[in-house]
Design a protein around this ligand. Structure first.
Ligand code: NAD
Length: 333
């Protein structure tokens, strides 16, 4: 297989590292808006650097990985699908519902598989929690609690084009809750504050947030998000039922510590970034995409799934801005 890459920044380079080592990949062709970056990455992985997206498409690749800035995802997916290429694209598909619907419809009529990068679906802990729910070993589901807290804020330049904390960041929690529980999120109440850098507020965004959720079976949920969690990269999910509770992310790298005297938990250092926390999941998701390219197997996480998580992010954004509870049906198109 020959795989094309558009965008080899923080996340693109980690995908390129896995793809370049795959035994069925003959050639990796990379382009980046920063050509020096493309050349440097190509040299590191024995790939071929080209200058433009056009050259990647002209290189006759069998599949395309898009890891560019968010606002270019939709157009690049559309180009790939129009050329009949299987596409892996980082989340989110687009920053709004109309843009995502446009991609969903075009991809459906092109008939090409598109996989969106919700890597938690490939993480061992999330998979085990989902299996526990499916087996019924937690009993009847009653509560969920998710956390995504970054140790450091992104750059000031990133925030205005990020879509805000719900579309950019907590969208992973919304997707994971849907996927692990098998339920839809139907109602959202979000509050948030800007207690960190002023650039969050200037972009209409917040850096601390708590979201209350109701799922379609009556299960209640909370999602906590922060851009300032100095204790480390904290990503967890608790799923509680009438017979037990499963916790994802509560291992020796957890970014919290027990205040109980005599309890030395966790034993190890917290994960500093998403990369250390999710490296095996990122590798598993991109290897799954290579299976899609090679075998023509269906996408394990298509645009429809990304759209459902985006609806929840839209509802949370509306709820915070208008200071009210929002029925997710209100933002569905
Ligand atoms: N799934 C995850 O956990 C996860 C983690 C981080 C980032 N992301 C997503 O991945 C995407 C990239 O994020 P990042 O942190 O790697 O950003 P980044 O800024 O480190 O990298 C983006 C790269 O794409 C290049 N680029 C931007 N627009 C381009 C275009 N139109 N054509 C070609 N190259 C272009 C930039 O020069 C840069 O090298 C974002 O959409 C982000 O939301 C997902």
């Amino acid at each position: 297989m020959r795989i094309g890459f558009l965008g080899v920044g923080r996340i693109g380079v980690s995908h390129a590292a896995v793809v370049a080592q795959h035994p069925a990949v003959e050639e990796v062709v990379v382009a980046d808006a920063d050509p020096a970056r493309a050349r440097e990455v190509a040299q590191r992985f024995g790939a071929r650097a080209v200058e433009t997206a056009d050259e990647v498409f002209a290189a006759g690749v069998d599949g395309l990985v898009v890891a560019t800035a968010t606002d270019s995802h939709a157009d690049l997916i559309l180009r790939g699908a129009a050329g009949g290429l299987p596409v892996f694209c980082e989340k989110p598909v687009a920053l709004d519902v109309p843009g995502t619907l446009r991609v969903r419809d075009a991809v459906a009529s092109a008939g090409t598989p598109v996989q969106i990068g919700f890597q938690r679906r490939f993480d061992a802990g999330y998979i085990a929690a989902r299996n526990a729910v499916n087996r019924g070993s937690l009993g009847e589901l009653r509560r969920v609690h998710a956390v995504t807290a970054d140790p450091h804020p992104p750059s000031a330049a990133f925030i205005p084009t990020s879509g805000g904390i719900y579309r950019d960041c907590l969208i992973h929690d919304f997707d994971a809750i849907r996927w692990v529980t098998g339920r839809e999120i139907v109602e959202v109440t979000a509050v948030g504050t800007n207690r960190g850098a002023a650039f969050f507020g200037e972009a209409g965004d917040v850096d601390e947030t708590v979201v209350l959720l109701t799922l379609d079976d009556g299960t209640l949920g909370t999602v906590h998000g922060s851009r300032y969690n100095g204790g480390g990269y904290d990503v967890r999910l608790e799923v509680a039922g009438t017979r037990g509770t499963a916790a994802v992310g509560l291992d020796d790298h957890a970014a919290l510590w027990s205040a109980e005297p005599g309890v030395a938990f966790p034993a190890d250092e917290p994960h500093p970034t998403f990369w250390e926390r999710f490296a095996p999941a990122y590798a598993a998701e991109i290897n799954a995409f290579l299976d899609v390219v090679r075998d023509g197997s269906p996408s394990p996480c298509g645009v429809d799934e990304a759209l459902e998580a985006l609806y929840v992010a839209e509802a949370a954004t509306l709820s915070r801005v208008e200071g009210r509870r929002v029925d997710v049906a209100e933002v569905r198109k």
